[in-house]
Design a protein around this ligand. Structure first.
Ligand SMILES: Cc1cc2nc3c(=O)[nH]c(=O)nc-3n(C[C@H](O)[C@H](O)[C@H](O)COP(=O)(O)O)c2cc1C
Length: 178
């Protein structure tokens, strides 16, 4: 690992896991079929032109498929979609089984996504053991009033709704007093 001691890698992984992110499924399609992977390394890059980046491991099947297709979609997952995130992060033989897709795009867009971005691959830049995929955004959309799936400290979570939290605490204290 480039001569770096393992504890440095471990500390880095733990430290960077404190940078809270959303969770997306990055998808594409080739003549061999659909490919997709869970990704948290997704960032907006530019507004003019509209561009985003996704950092993808160099050896991943989805990376090869995106480079071959020259197109991909970023599907932002909502709260409660941990099962979808785990499916696309694992070695499921058919990751797309039972996954409902929207029909208006030429790359797979998940119906459950709370936002989606359909991209042309603008560049594939070297980034150590990952590749920085620059996506030129051709179409995007979002769901109103959607709660995101959140990733922090290598665990899934959700945003805390302080009003709901306060109500639950009140109900709980009321129940204890009875
Ligand atoms: C929450 C989460 C976030 C992830 N984010 C990334 C990421 O940003 N980039 C990456 O290369 N792999 C990421 N992974 C790992 C890939 O999803 C995993 O290696 C996947 O199996 C790759 O699929 P493929 O081999 O079919 O391409 C993440 C996994 C999880 C569970």
């Amino acid at each position: 690992m480039n001569g770096q001691p393992n504890h440095a890698t471990h500390t880095y992984r733990t430290a960077i896991s404190r940078f809270t992110t959303g969770v997306a499924v990055v998808t594409t399609t080739t003549p061999d079929g659909d490919a997709g992977m869970t990704a948290s390394a997704v960032t907006s890059l530019s507004l003019d032109p509209l561009q985003l980046i996704v950092c993808v491991g160099n050896t991943l099947r989805t990376r090869a498929a995106i480079v071959e297709a020259g197109r991909f979609a970023v599907n932002v997952l909502g709260a409660g979609n941990e099962d979808v995130a785990l499916r696309f992060a694992g070695r499921h033989p058919d990751k797309f089984a039972d996954i409902r897709l929207r029909t208006e795009h030429d790359v797979p867009v998940l119906e459950v996504a709370i936002a989606h971005f359909v991209c042309r691959l603008g560049a594939a830049l070297p980034g150590g053991d990952h590749t920085i995929l620059v996506g030129d955004v051709e179409a995007c959309g979002f769901a109103e009033d959607a709660d995101p799936l959140v990733y922090f400290g290598s665990s899934f979570g959700r945003l805390c709704d302080s009003e709901r939290h306060a109500q639950l605490q009140y109900d709980w204290q009321l129940a204890l007093a009875m």
